[in-house]
Design a protein around this ligand. Structure first.
Ligand code: NAD
Length: 283
């Protein structure tokens, strides 16, 4: 029997991390702030797994097995038997520090505590913890069941054995890890956000239409989708927040969110989830 993983935050990322861990044979505690949210997260996770069974991506046995191993919870003390706790609450440093401190207090003494932050400094988050050597970043990608990469982000005090255990876990859930130092945006968002921001500035400058800018990336670089389509998928608000975090830390204007991105977010257009971003998704 494999051990228990706890995931705190049953949103987009937390559900995905719980799903792949359950499918790999781990018992999973999926925690959200109250009973309603935890149960809602679990319902969405089950419907996602059922969709994957219908599409033939996983067998019914594997899907049902995963569902039986994942339990929703809303009391932080329920994480106390887990060897690994992964925090996936919203990208807000104060909230994450609070949740991580509560998780450390509730978890068993030798638990590894990880954060799925996309851009916040691992060392800044570690300041909320006593056992900094047992803390690291595990940066999964969206949608977690499909995306193969996990950035393993080492904080200044993360121990070698925690890094090795994290690597083994990532491999065991069928993902590939890369080792990354704690630096704004890590590797992925440092490159991606600059790419998206430059695509928006190219649109602002009237160099080409949004469709043609995206076509350049799809047909010219063999990317599965263009940068503007991808920004809509990630969420324009999420992109803007990540750029601001990197910009504030690196103090480099190239990371400053483009004016068009800021005005789209300010007018409530945050991409696919709001029905409109660079493109319209209204039915
Ligand atoms: P989300 O808003 O979908 O989910 C966050 C969940 O955390 C919600 O269910 C919320 O109720 C819950 N939550 C809030 N406060 C809590 C608390 N105190 N205790 C327990 N649960 C609490 O957000 P998301 O998109 O899943 O992002 C989560 C993290 O993953 C963020 O740090 C984000 O930057 C990172 N991330 C997101 C993506 C992405 O594409 N969405 C990709 C990689 C990393």
């Amino acid at each position: 029997m494999k051990g228990t993983v706890s995931v705190i935050g049953a949103g987009t990322m937390g559900r995905g991390i719980a799903e792949v861990s359950g499918l790999a044979g781990y018992s999973v505690i999926l925690v959200d702030s109250d009973e309603k949210l935890a149960r809602l997260g679990m319902e969405r996770l089950i419907s996602n797994l059922n969709r994957e069974i219908e599409k033939g991506r996983i067998s019914k046995d594997s899907g049902d097995g995963a569902i039986s191993r994942i339990k929703p919870a809303w009391d932080i003390d329920s994480i106390n038997g887990s060897f690994l706790v992964i925090e996936a609450v919203p990208e807000d440093i104060k909230l994450k520090q609070k949740v991580l401190a509560e998780a450390e207090a509730a978890a068993r003494a030798d638990a590894i505590i990880a954060t799925n932050t996309s851009s916040i400094s691992i060392n800044a988050l570690a300041s909320a913890l006593h056992k900094k050597s047992r803390f690291l970043g595990l940066h999964f990608f969206n949608p977690v069941p499909l995306m193969k990469l996990v950035e393993i982000v080492r904080g200044m005090q993360t121990s070698d054995d925690v890094i090795s255990s994290a690597k083994a876990f990532v491999l065991d859930i069928g993902k590939t890890s890369v080792a990354v130092k704690d630096s704004p945006g890590f590797v992925s968002n440092r490159i991606l956000m600059l790419f998206i921001n430059e695509a928006i500035k190219t649109l602002e400058d009237g160099i080409a239409s949004k469709e043609d800018i995206d076509t350049v990336a799809r047909l010219g670089f063999n990317h599965p989708m263009g940068p503007l389509e991808l920004a809509d998928l990630i969420g324009l608000d999420v992109c803007m927040d990540i750029m601001n975090v990197i910009y504030l830390q690196k103090k480099d204007d190239k990371f400053k969110p483009a004016d068009m991105l800021v005005s789209l977010v300010n007018s409530g257009k945050s991409g696919r989830k709001s029905g409109e971003g660079f493109y319209s998704y209204k039915k």
